[in-house]
Design a protein around this ligand. Structure first.
Ligand code: AMP
Length: 144
């Protein structure tokens, strides 16, 4: 059996922490810290995805622009070419996306609407479950 994003969202929930692009780097760093998450999705008009901003972006912004960047809007440092997935995307496809794109978060979109987010931690959890299920099926087949 192949686990898909829909199964993962059914288990973990569909809440996504979003921010608007004019929030400052410092404000969004506080959100990441308070919510204990690594990424926020940046939304614009009608809740459309306009970017993604992660802890990695905080480090990069500080290193390349200096401490003054903390007061700048995240729109100046966020990633705007956001790779997304659908509820039908498989765990294997997510692993391929994350490893080839070198990122650990993928927003889920259906019909242009944000319906969830998958982190690399969710992918690892699902992949372990998938391997366990495969092992159970093989054992049942051998026994049976
Ligand atoms: P992460 O590993 O998720 O902290 O992200 C590493 C870098 O990739 C950061 O610059 C993020 O803004 C960017 N990034 C994260 N997720 C995505 C995504 N789904 N599509 C494109 N870029 C992303």
């Amino acid at each position: 059996m192949s686990i898909i994003v829909k199964n993962m969202l059914d288990a973990k929930g569909r809440d996504v922490v979003t921010v608007t692009p004019e929030k400052t780097v410092l404000e969004v760093a506080a959100v990441l810290n308070e919510k204990r998450i690594g990424a926020v999705v940046v939304t614009g008009v009608e809740g459309r995805v306009t970017g993604i901003f992660t802890e990695r972006d905080v480090v990069r912004a500080l290193a390349t622009k200096g401490a003054a960047v903390l007061e700048q809007p995240i729109s100046s440092v966020m990633t705007v070419t956001v790779q997304r997935c659908r509820e039908e995307t498989t765990v294997n496809q997510l692993m391929e996306m994350m490893s080839s794109g070198r990122f650990r978060h993928v927003p889920v979109e259906e019909g242009g609407q944000l319906v969830g987010i998958i982190s690399i931690g969710d992918v690892v959890k699902s992949r372990i479950r998938e391997v366990e299920l495969e092992a159970e099926q093989i054992k049942a087949y051998i026994a049976g």
